[in-house]
Structure formats: structure tokens, C-alpha cells
Design a protein around this ligand. Structure first.
Ligand SMILES: Cc1cc2nc3c(=O)[nH]c(=O)nc-3n(C[C@H](O)[C@H](O)[C@H](O)COP(=O)(O)OP(=O)(O)OC[C@H]3O[C@@H](n4cnc5c(N)ncnc54)[C@H](O)[C@@H]3O)c2cc1C
Length: 488
């Protein structure tokens, strides 16, 4: 008998929490990327699926706004800009017997990122290892390029050991974590801190930054994150970054359309107020209009703390103990200016690096020496902007709502600071060239979709206690106590 089987015999609460009984009718609350993926998988497994979404469109945080100008319409993504691992999206289409290519036109982005440093140097990040080693050798030197090659071996091993056993897998009990790959991860130093681990391979602060900032995608400082988070560096900087024709919002639009073709029913403008449970099992959802919708199983796409608090009326310690990632200030601009020196994704590092995380996480204050992201999606898809115009998606990380910052007072002042910083970093005349704009702070969003975009999200693998309902960069998926039925 395996260790797992023995343990679950004596500790039945450790058994995999798979729905028992009928699972024919499934209701999914939320048409974010996770809800859509669940809908595609369940429909593909023969379930009858209904998706209830409070907004008028699918996508959740992966939304898009249209800003009108005298010259035409700007279509600007409001959430994710970095699309990695499209195979995972293809897999969801595959569950329906569909080919992703028939629904989505994806192109690789090259370079993946252009990194600008305070000493004036510029490093293009490529996914091709030889091309990148050449770039590092020419900008920094051959020894650093050799270290980069060893770093790629390290993150490739991380990916190999983490993907099947820990990432692409249901973890129903801590015992599920006990696999031979866990020992391999320990052996290669996966549970040491990320920043010093990266420095074992990359000695130059420029490469160190460009291959560790991805910890921020999980809401963590590279100084706090474990080295296993370097797997995110593999996912983008080694496996590549892509961009869909029509912008990132084309992804949820395509997923929803394919799901609908295969019988998934979408009901937009329907807000679920609560989940009705009988014992351990969810039996119905109640909408804000008082409608009661029954099903055999339910999938809740809102963030975990929100699902517990708002939909289940619960406040478990396991959720209370989590704390929250940093947030962001986002300036979306339609502009008449174009800048020849930038690429699709541009990271502008300040002089300080550890100080960025000290400011954002420990001191809970705005960055005194900002590092920031500028995405220029109209460079890859000019149809997103009126002819001859450009879109700039400018993201400044900020503290989350634990911070005492009063965003009502700070919003306009910080806009001036954002524009001044951009102009100092080479975006000459940025402020004057803005034709239309949209600003989102951690606290407020101009539209309900935006409020959804900045909902709370617990930092993963963090043990620091913290309150709930924080703004975020990131998202989680959660299936209700009546779990998603396994694939037929
Ligand atoms: C500014 C920003 C930039 C980002 N950049 C990146 C990036 O570059 N790359 C990346 O991979 N990720 C990025 N992310 C994170 C990424 O957007 C999210 O991880 C992902 O979109 C979350 O998807 P989800 O389905 O889990 O949640 P959500 O998108 O939040 O979906 C939840 C859905 O549930 C609906 N809903 C909630 N409550 C109810 C209710 N009571 N009744 C009915 N419907 C309800 C919501 O309207 C929403 O549609 C970014 C996020 C933000 C905000």
C-alpha cells in the first residue's frame, strides 16, 4: 500500500476531494480565464455547463476598454499583457476538439522584453538561448553569458520537476506534495531564496534583475520568494512571450466563443450573491435578483477570499492568514507620439532594486526610485489604435491597500509623477502627446470591470498574516467545496 493510501485510510480527510454522485449539471460563477477554461474542460467532458458572469463580457481581469478620439477608437487591454505558455490555452481548446489556431492568431514577440538600465545600457531579452547568450556577451561580457546558460539549465530543471507534479496537478492534500520531484527540487536548491540563487549564476545586476523580476508576477519580492519561483522566468524568458491579434482580450473572447459553440450557456449581467449548501455540498446559487439556480456541482471563479467571504459567508483561518500582493497604478494612453527605441514590452529599471521591494512591501509606500513596465501593443497590432497612433500601457507597481495612501488625493499627483518619470526615462513629450487616457489606482476603477480587475489576491506561499480585500496584481481560481468533477 502506498504512503498516500495508508495515510488516507487513517486520515480520511486527506482523501482527494472529488465530487461524488451526479455531476451532469455544472454552474460556473465567473467568466474570467479560469472560469472559461473550466467551462471548456467540463463541456468537453460531457457536462452541461452554465456560466454566470456579472459583467456584460467574458474575460474578467483580461478586459479591454475602448477610448474614442477624434481620429478613431483605441482598443486597450486593461489587464494582462504578458502571454506565456499558449500550449495551456491550446489544451483547453483541445478538450473541445477545437484547434486554438482556428480561434486565435498568436504571434511570438521579439524581443520578449527590452530592459533599460539607469547607466544607459539596454538589454534585449530573447527566448532563443544562443541569441540571448550572444546579447549578454555583447552588452555585459562572455562570462555572464556562460552564467546565463547555466541559469537556463537550472530553470529548465525547475520547470521539469515542478510542472507535472506541482503546477499542472490538483493538490488535494499535503501528501500530494511528497513526490520524487520534491526531493529533486530540494537538491537543486529550489527552496532557497530566489535572489541569492539567481546570483549563483548571474553576477551582473542587469541580468539578475531581468531574470528575477518575474517573482513579482506572483506578488513576491525576489528577496522573499523561494527559488522555485524562478520557474516563471523559464515560462516567459525561455519558453517565449506571445501576443494575440486584437489584443489580450481576444483570448477570453475566443475561449467563450468556442465554449458556446459546444453548448456552454453564458448568462451575462448575472451577479451571484450566495452559494446555498447542504452539509459539505453546494446545491444552488442565489443571484442578486433572487433567482435560485441549482446544479450538481459548482465552480467559483472569484478570488478565494472573495468566494469564501461573499459567496459562502465563511471566514476560515486558512484564508485570513494569507496576505496580499502589491498592486499597481495603471495609465492607459492613446497617443500621437511614437518612440523608435522601445519594443513591445519595456522594463525601465531604476537605480535601486531591493529598495523597490522594501518600499512596496515593507514600507508600504510608493517607489522612491521607480522600476516600471511600458507596453506598446500597437507596435505588434497597429489595428488596435487609429492610423498612425500608438497605445501605451504604463504600469507602476504600488503598495496594496494595507498602505495608508489615500488614492483619492494621490491619483492626480501620481499621474504627474508617472509622466515626469517617463519623460526622464526617454519618452520625450509623453504628457503632451496623450490624446485619450484611462487611469486605474489600487483603490478605484472607472468601470465595474476595472473594480473586478483589481480585486484581492493572496500572495502564494506566504506566511505573513494580513487582512483581506486587498488590491492585487494576479488572480486565483477556486472550485467550490463541491469540487469540479474529474474529466470523464
Ligand atoms: C493590471 C493587471 C496586469 C496583469 N498582467 C498580467 C500579465 O501580464 N500576465 C499574466 O499572466 N497575468 C497578469 N495579470 C493577472 C491576470 O489578469 C489574472 O491572473 C487572470 O486574468 C485572473 O483570471 P481569473 O479567471 O482567475 O479571475 P478574474 O479574471 O478575476 O475572473 C473572475 C470573474 O468572475 C466574475 N465574478 C466575480 N464575482 C462574481 C459574482 N458574484 N457573480 C458573477 N460573476 C462574478 C468577474 O466579473 C470575473 O469575470 C494581470 C492582472 C492585472 C489586474
Amino acid at each position: 500500500m502506498s504512503l498516500h493510501a495508508q495515510a488516507t485510510r487513517f486520515m480520511p480527510w486527506l482523501t482527494p476531494r472529488t465530487v461524488t454522485g451526479p455531476t451532469d449539471e455544472v454552474v460556473i460563477v465567473g467568466a474570467g480565464l479560469a472560469g472559461l477554461s473550466a467551462a471548456m474542460r467540463l463541456a468537453g467532458a460531457g457536462r452541461s455547463v452554465t456560466v454566470l458572469e456579472r459583467e456584460d463580457i467574458p474575460g474578467g481581469r483580461a478586459g479591454q476598454i475602448q477610448l474614442q478620439s477624434d481620429d478613431g477608437t483605441y482598443r486597450i487591454d486593461t489587464g494582462p499583457t504578458v502571454l506565456t505558455m499558449p500550449d495551456l490555452i491550446a489544451d483547453a481548446f483541445d478538450c473541445l476538439g477545437e484547434k486554438m489556431e482556428d480561434w486565435l492568431e498568436l504571434s511570438p514577440i521579439s524581443p520578449l522584453y527590452r530592459a533599460f538600465y539607469p547607466d544607459g545600457s539596454v538589454l534585449d531579452v530573447h527566448s532563443d538561448v544562443d541569441e540571448m547568450a550572444e546579447e549578454i556577451a555583447s552588452v555585459i561580457g562572455p562570462e555572464e553569458a556562460a552564467g546565463y546558460r547555466r541559469y537556463v539549465d537550472f530553470v529548465s530543471d525547475l520547470y521539469k520537476y515542478e510542472m507535472n507534479d506541482f503546477i499542472d496537478r490538483n493538490i488535494d492534500s499535503p501528501l500530494d506534495l511528497l513526490t520524487p520531484d520534491l526531493a529533486k527540487l530540494v537538491a537543486i536548491g529550489g527552496f532557497r531564496k530566489l535572489a541569492p540563487k539567481v546570483r549563483e549564476y548571474l553576477k551582473d545586476p542587469r541580468t539578475e534583475r531581468v531574470y528575477s523580476f518575474q517573482a513579482m508576477y506572483a506578488g513576491l519580492s525576489p528577496y522573499d520568494a523561494l527559488a522555485i519561483y524562478a520557474v516563471i522566468a523559464y515560462m516567459d524568458s525561455v519558453a517565449g512571450v506571445f501576443f494575440p491579434k486584437g489584443g489580450m482580450h481576444a483570448v477570453p473572447q475566443a475561449m467563450a466563443a468556442a465554449a458556446e459553440k459546444h453548448g456552454v450557456k453564458f448568462r451575462y449581467g448575472v451577479t451571484v450573491e450566495s452559494v446555498e449548501t447542504t452539509g459539505e455540498r453546494a446545491t444552488a446559487v442565489i443571484t442578486t435578483d433572487g433567482e435560485r439556480i441549482t446544479a450538481d456541482a459548482f465552480v467559483l471563479n472569484p478570488d478565494l477570499p472573495v468566494a469564501y467571504r461573499d459567496l459562502l459567508g465563511q471566514d476560515p483561518w486558512s484564508i485570513r492568514r494569507l496576505d496580499y500582493s502589491p498592486s499597481c497604478y495603471l495609465l492607459l494612453a492613446g497617443s500621437s507620439a511614437s518612440y523608435s527605441k522601445i519594443a513591445h514590452h519595456n522594463i525601465h529599471f531604476g537605480k535601486s532594486w531591493k529598495g523597490v521591494f522594501d518600499d512596496l512591501i515593507d514600507r508600504q509606500q510608493l517607489m522612491s526610485d521607480p522600476s516600471l513596465l511600458v507596453t506598446n501593443p500597437s507596435r505588434s497590432d497597429p489595428d488596435l489604435a487609429p492610423p498612425g497612433k500608438e497605445i501605451y500601457y504604463v504600469l507602476f507597481p504600488t503598495p496594496n491597500l494595507d498602505s495608508p495612501i489615500d488614492w483619492n488625493l494621490t491619483k492626480d499627483r501620481y499621474r504627474d509623477e508617472v509622466i515626469r518619470t517617463l519623460e526622464e526615462r526617454g519618452y520625450v513629450g509623453f504628457g503632451d502627446a496623450i490624446e485619450v487616457e484611462n487611469i486605474t489606482t489600487p483603490k478605484t476603477g472607472p468601470t465595474a470591470a476595472w473594480n473586478a480587475a483589481l480585486r484581492s489576491h493572496p500572495r502564494t506561499l506566504s506566511s505573513r498574516p494580513g487582512p483581506s480585500d486587498r488590491a492585487t496584481y494576479g488572480g486565483r481560481t477556486w472550485s467550490s467545496p463541491a469540487r469540479v468533477p474529474s474529466r470523464a
